[in-house]
Design a binder for this molecule. Structure first.
Ligand SMILES: [Ca+2]
Ligand SMILES: [Ca+2]
Length: 201
């Protein structure tokens, strides 16, 4: 009888201990589940707010807010950002002088390709099509000049082999040709053009 009494006490004690443990575990898990639920709710709320506000019209936002996403202006899909400048790749062909005027009308200028990085950027974008750039020797044959005054002699060039050749003694404007390499051609030739402008402030 004594034996059974002891066993009952021990077993009962064990059972109590086990139940207490279970309860504390349950409390911990409950708290964890609740905090998880809270985090999910907060995340969902912030996400839906973000979506709603973004749908209201991006152009309503201050420029500084959208700068990392649309540095060339939230209202424009025509200008592409590269290395602190905005570039426009025309969809129409025209002579070099008309292209120059078109860029100026858009408060920009024909592109100045003064680095390998910039050359790579325009090269991939122009895909072997001919595009005018802001380089000419119209003033004095053989004396190439960038239209913004960038020093031609000390900066990057990317002429196609054998160019500029002033073919027919009448090639005074530069454009991108196959693989983005430069060629001089007569200025009334009609091709696409690249404009560039600083990032709007
Ligand atoms: Ca020439
Ligand atoms: Ca040529």
């Amino acid at each position: 009888k004594e034996y059974f009494h002891i066993c009952f006490c021990v077993c009962f004690k064990d059972r109590n201990f086990f139940q207490q443990k279970l309860r504390s575990f349950f409390t911990v898990y409950l708290l964890l589940a609740l905090s998880f639920l809270l985090i999910i709710t907060l995340f969902a709320v912030s996400l839906s707010r973000g979506t709603v506000t973004s749908l209201k019209g991006l152009s309503d936002f201050p420029h500084s807010f959208l700068f990392p996403v649309f540095p060339c202006g939230p209202g424009s899909r025509e200008w592409e950002y590269f290395d602190r400048k905005c570039y426009y790749f025309s969809l129409r062909r025209m002579s070099w002088h008309k292209a120059k005027a078109q860029c100026e009308e858009m408060h920009s200028q024909l592109a100045i390709i003064d680095s390998h990085a910039k050359q790579n950027f325009v090269m991939f974008r122009t895909r072997n099509e001919r595009f005018w750039i802001g380089l000419t020797d119209e003033n004095l044959e053989g004396e190439w000049e960038w239209i913004d005054g960038t020093d031609y002699k000390t900066t990057f060039t990317f002429w196609k082999e054998g160019e500029p050749n002033n073919s027919g003694s009448n090639e005074n404007c530069a454009h991108l040709w196959n693989f983005g390499q430069w060629n001089d051609v007569y200025c009334t030739y009609e091709c696409y053009y690249i404009c560039e402008k600083p990032v709007p402030t």
